[in-house]
Design a protein around this ligand. Structure first.
Ligand SMILES: [Ca+2]
Ligand SMILES: [Ca+2]
Length: 252
């Protein structure tokens, strides 16, 4: 407990901000509603297709062009974004592990739609090619970009975009969470560049690549107030149940 208190004080001191994490989104985005080309059906040609354009029929032709985990996960994420864009809550529910509480209560539909809008807004700005880190096994997939350093005159930060998926026993994906900027910022103050770099690395390093930073693995908050449990920052699945520590932390 003492360790936890020390950490909390330190975090407050350096002004750590963990940026926007969209756990279990849904939502509506009040963006300019001009027609979107992709939503407009393209008229079928009335003429018979040339024989060379006829695709052969074979089992599995409706599958994506690639079964690579990244491609499957990315396509699935795009489906989730499309549901958000269209305020299709049932659609969102069909692809996420769990929706936010505001989306479970019809009385807060407006808040839910706002959340869906934010999810679409942030999610659609992500670029597939940036996700150069793909961590995957039979129970989960994490897509992550490399870290970026961002700074202005007063603060410096290190962050990356990250998307978490879990798989059910049949291998079907569910989106667990995504964050367009997961990381840490610290105010510059009088610290040297070396000190600042060391600090932002300390608060963003994830050595075992389970989606959870080393320093958080020292003490993950539990449902019981003021309590936390440590996980092994060098082991993805500390309790050996198959789910990685970073995935389990989000599921709770
Ligand atoms: Ca970790
Ligand atoms: Ca586990």
């Amino acid at each position: 407990m003492e360790n936890k208190n020390n950490k909390n004080i330190y975090l407050a001191t350096v002004g750590l901000l963990v940026v926007i994490a969209f756990v279990l989104l849904s939502g509506a985005f009040k963006y300019d509603s001009s027609p979107i080309a992709s939503s407009t059906p393209i008229a079928e040609s009335p003429t018979k297709p040339d024989i060379n354009q006829v695709k052969p029929e074979f089992p599995g032709q409706t599958l994506p062009l690639s079964n690579a985990p990244k491609d499957l996960a990315w396509d699935f994420f795009q489906k989730y974004l499309a549901y958000n864009k269209n305020h299709n809550l049932e659609g969102v529910k069909s692809v996420v592990y769990k929706v936010a509480p505001v989306c479970d209560d019809p009385k807060t539909l407006i808040d839910c739609e706002a959340r869906m809008g934010s999810a679409y807004s942030y999610g659609s700005a992500l670029i597939k090619e940036d996700f150069v880190n793909v961590w995957e096994d039979g129970k989960q997939i994490i897509l992550a970009t490399d870290y970026k350093i961002q700074q202005d005159e007063t603060a410096i930060g290190r962050n990356r975009a990250i998307i978490y998926f879990i798989k059910d026993e049949a291998g079907n994906l569910k989106l667990l969470s995504f964050s367009p900027r997961k990381g840490a910022f610290t105010s510059k103050g009088t610290a040297s560049e070396e000190e600042l770099n060391a600090r932002i690395i300390l608060y963003t390093e994830d050595k075992d690549e389970d989606g959870l930073e080393d320093y958080i693995e020292e003490c993950i908050p539990t449902e019981i107030k003021d309590t936390c449990v440590p996980t092994d920052p060098k082991l993805r699945d500390t309790d050996g149940d198959g789910l990685w520590d970073g995935i389990e932390a989000l599921m709770q």
